[in-house]
Design a protein. Structure first.
Length: 259
């Protein structure tokens, strides 16, 4: 697979390596009192199923409901999930004893095509029954959504980066993946720079996935002040994709900065 970035000012080859590999078992994110051994799952035409292990780290039994959905997203980044018959997670419900683990097999029967297929594996902790003597209580439920990808026969991820803007004092940029596999944006940083090169502000946003053929508007975590906006002559955006940074810029008009 290859990964490319395209913008009005540059087109950069990022990675030309083999297939993306599953995040290894050394990564073990912890959610409340349970953990999983993968943060994403990659399926291929030769291996259209894989195992993920859930471990109960608590001192009491834990119950889980496990489902897999087709995954899409809109430009705002909302996760859109749809039930599909082609994707399977088994078993679909488990009870795991304290300090024990359970393997879940995840797979897709879809035919490998020209574009990557994307799914979400949803692991939801179910509350344990409370003793009547304990009185009324609120049972907390942890829900984990893990990306699952079925690779195409041949894939490229191409990022078209738009012009950054600062409408309503909130820096943002629209990124579009015109390729056939997902892009993983590691981080985004917006920098306001004054006419004399002085820093007016720096605000950041975390990473996100952009699915093939989809756009995503990435905004800063918080707006800048009107004074910071007026101090900036240009707005820069630094987008880190698969470990490489691409910078794009645009002028800042005082009319967008308010009073």
């Amino acid at each position: 697979m290859s990964f490319l970035i395209a913008s009005p000012v540059r087109r950069l080859l990022l990675i030309a390596a083999g297939a993306i590999v599953v995040v290894g078992a050394s990564v073990s994110p912890v959610f409340a009192q349970f953990s999983v051994d993968k943060t994403r799952i990659m399926l291929t035409g030769r291996a259209q199923s894989a195992l993920i292990r859930i471990t109960n780290d608590s001192s009491a039994p834990m119950r889980f409901d496990i489902k897999i959905f087709a995954w899409d997203h809109n430009e705002a980044g909302d996760e859109l999930l749809t039930a599909v018959a082609e994707a399977v997670a088994a078993p679909g419900a488990v009870t795991i004893a304290p300090k024990e683990s359970q393997n879940i097999r995840v797979g897709s029967t879809a035919q490998v095509g020209a574009r990557e297929r994307a799914y979400r594996l949803v692991i939801e902790e179910l509350p344990q029954p409370r003793a009547a003597a304990a009185g009324a209580s609120v049972a907390m439920r942890m829900r984990l959504s893990i990306p699952v990808f079925l690779e195409p026969s041949k894939g490229d991820a191409v990022l078209d980066l738009g012009v950054p803007s600062i409408g309503s004092l909130l820096p943002s940029v629209v990124a579009r993946n015109t390729g056939t596999v997902h892009l993983q944006v590691d981080s985004v940083r917006f920098r306001g720079v004054g006419a004399n090169g002085q820093a007016a502000f720096t605000v950041e946003q975390g990473g996100a996935y952009i699915l093939p053929g989809k756009s995503l508007r990435v905004s800063a975590r918080s707006p800048v002040t009107a004074a910071q906006c007026r101090a900036a002559a240009r707005l820069f955006v630094d987008v880190v994709v698969h470990g490489d940074t691409v910078t794009h810029e645009a002028p800042v008009s005082s009319s967008v900065c308010g009073g």
